[in-house]
Write a protein that binds this ligand. Structure first.
Ligand code: ATP
Ligand code: MG
Length: 311
């Protein structure tokens, strides 16, 4: 938020009543295209071509993971969605409007972004102030601010740090605080840039649960990640990038289950896809170890193992 916040106040306060967000909040607009890239190129001022001819459409309620090697253009791509970057050529539309027409401060109310580097997002004196800042800027009332800050502190186990300067938190705690403060303002689209970096097993599991809950509420979630083991059980749509281009776009099974496609983006498949290949399971990729175990027992003893949900 640090990058967006200075101009946020007056622009974002009016956003609660503005039509684009209220239109997109309605249930009957679920099938609507919420993010659209139309032949987008982006060159950094240094001349580096970070996006090349990117076209992309995301529907409200979708769960999308963006994969690719270092420098593939993933962060550059998602920074176009909250308007932090504007295309050099082409158009990015969010909530049906070109991002050229809107500031990043305005778009951030609907597009919550957790930055790759937590130090770019945190600036307040204490964890509580950090959590309150955007909520105040977005014009939430005092009671709602209090409730959401409490929710964030409890959900992300940050209570003991409430009066500490955010810069004194560990790397993983800072990242958690960034996720908490963005979720607290309840954006329609949530973008997480490398959310699992530095997170222990428990926090990763919590994050997975929170993503699934948000999707259940109809939110749109994008995760930029190198962590294929984190996303595999969640089975998002996968966009694979290389050298500023989208080189593959499909289901987790289609992309992560296809080593030939993955190798074009220099990404390794999840362990369970590897296991499936080693066991000779053609076109069958278990989503978790329990599914794999059932399949192994079924094959060995020629019996059907009931789904865990059935037992
Ligand atoms: N501020 C900048 N100025 C100039 N070039 C930049 C800048 N930020 C990124 N780049 C370049 O743009 C390209 C895409 O960078 P980007 O940060 O989008 O990659 P990424 O896929 O997110 O990589 P990583 O996995 O390391 O986070 C790279 O070649 C990078 O060096
Ligand atoms: Mg990045």
């Amino acid at each position: 938020m640090g990058e967006d916040s200075t101009t946020a106040e007056h622009e974002v306060k009016s956003s609660a009543s503005t039509t684009i967000f209220s239109t997109f909040g309605k249930k009957d607009t679920k099938e609507i295209e919420i993010v659209k890239f139309d032949s987008v190129d982006y060159s950094h001022p240094s001349g580096v071509a970070a996006l090349v001819n990117v076209s992309l459409s995301i529907t409200r309620g979708e769960f999308v993971a963006v994969l690719g090697t270092n420098g593939a253009g993933k962060s550059t791509l998602v920074r176009h969605i909250n308007g932090l970057l504007k295309p050099t050529h082409g158009t990015v539309s969010v909530f049906g409007e070109s991002t050229r027409e809107r500031t990043s401060a305005f778009l951030s109310r609907g597009v919550g972004m957790v930055f790759q580097n937590a130090n770019n997002q945190l600036f307040a004196q204490t964890v509580r102030q950090e959590l309150e800042f955007a909520l105040k800027n977005f014009g939430f009332d005092r009671q709602t601010i209090q409730d959401r800050v409490e929710w964030a502190l409890n959900t992300f186990s940050l209570k003991e740090y409430v009066d500490k300067p955010p810069m004194e938190l560990s790397g993983g705690e800072k990242k958690r605080l960034c996720i908490a403060l963005v979720l607290a303002w309840d954006p329609e689209i949530l973008i997480l840039d490398e959310p699992t970096v530095g997170q222990d097993y428990e926090q990763k599991a919590l994050l997975g649960q929170i993503i699934m809950k948000l999707l259940g509420e109809g939110k749109t979630v994008m995760v930029v990640t190198h962590d294929v083991e984190f996303i595999w059980p969640l089975q998002p749509r996968v966009i694979l990038m290389s050298q500023g281009r989208i080189i593959a776009d499909g289901s987790s099974q289609e992309i992560l289950g296809n080593p030939a496609v993955l190798s074009k983006g220099d990404v390794l498949p999840p362990q369970l896809v590897e296991l499936s290949r080693l066991l000779g399971w053609k076109n069958y990729y278990p989503k978790d170890v329990f599914e794999a175990e059932s399949r192994i027992i079924e094959q060995r003893y020629n019996i059907r193992v009931p789904d865990r949900k059935e037992t």
